[in-house]
Design a protein around this ligand. Structure first.
Ligand code: MG
Length: 250
């Protein structure tokens, strides 16, 4: 299934996306739902971010080439930080360039969407707690990110977590091409098979620290090739089977 959250005539719905048609759900994919027989054209709806999260848990330095471009050692345990719920931004939303930032970076990331309350689970069981996957951009005020120490300020401005456009459970997340483009030019290109810490491990590891709630997302890290964006730029995150997440900088 490809789950899309959207508004239509000022009412928020979930739907199942099938090419350019959306079939409206009664309920949400995070609980019981029924598929109605009402359909809408994709172009008639306003796409929202796929869910509201209580937290976006992010993994730093999870691709070898990204750690190397920072001249940092390959981590032996996941590097973890959290973006607050107020960073949530829809596809086509405007990423706000903070006045106190002088270098604003994109980071293409595969995001895991948690489907049900997840606490103290083992790697072998991770799959049943994952609703699906989507594209995310871990927007970063790079010049505010100290090379040592914590990253909260640089990662937490409002609008710094665009994700979407839909959640899919139809992909093999262990082998997906991932790419970022700025103004149409490819900036990052890799594959999720290059993740240092794999998805089942991350879900299990995090679940032994904090309860993951339905709708929480885990950003799995970015490959090498990061650089800056400017006001007016368009940034796209493109992941195989997960569509294109497109935003502009304002
Ligand atoms: Mg990142």
């Amino acid at each position: 299934m490809k789950y899309l959250r959207f508004s239509y005539q000022d009412i928020v719905h979930y739907g199942i996306l099938d090419n350019n048609t959306v079939q409206i759900l009664d309920g949400t994919p995070f609980g019981a739902y029924t598929v109605t027989d009402e359909t809408l054209a994709l172009e008639a709806v306003k796409i929202l971010s796929p869910c509201n999260f209580s937290k976006a848990v992010c993994i730093g330095l999870n691709y070898r080439d990204h750690a190397e471009e920072f001249q940092l050692p390959i981590p032996t345990e996941p590097v973890v930080f959290i973006k607050p719920s107020t960073t949530n931004l829809a596809p086509l939303g405007i990423i706000e360039y903070p006045p106190q930032c002088h270098r604003l970076d994109y980071e293409a990331e595969l995001a895991i969407v948690i489907g049900k309350t997840t606490r103290n689970i083992e790697e072998k069981d991770a799959k049943e707690y994952i609703l699906g996957y989507t594209c995310a951009n871990d927007v970063t005020a790079r010049d505010l990110q100290p090379k040592q120490g914590q990253w909260t300020i640089s990662k937490s401005f409002d609008t710094f977590c665009p994700f979407g456009p839909f959640i899919s459970d139809e992909v093999d997340a262990s082998n997906l091409s991932i790419e970022s483009r700025v103004n149409g030019k490819t900036m990052q290109k890799s594959n999720s098979k290059n993740l240092i810490f794999k998805i089942p491990y991350l879900v299990s590891y995090l679940s032994k620290v904090m309860t993951l709630l339905p709708g929480d997302i885990i950003l799995t890290g970015t490959p090498g090739g990061i650089s800056g964006m400017h006001k007016g730029d368009t940034v796209e995150i493109i992941i195989e089977g997960l569509g294109t997440l497109k935003n502009t900088i304002g």
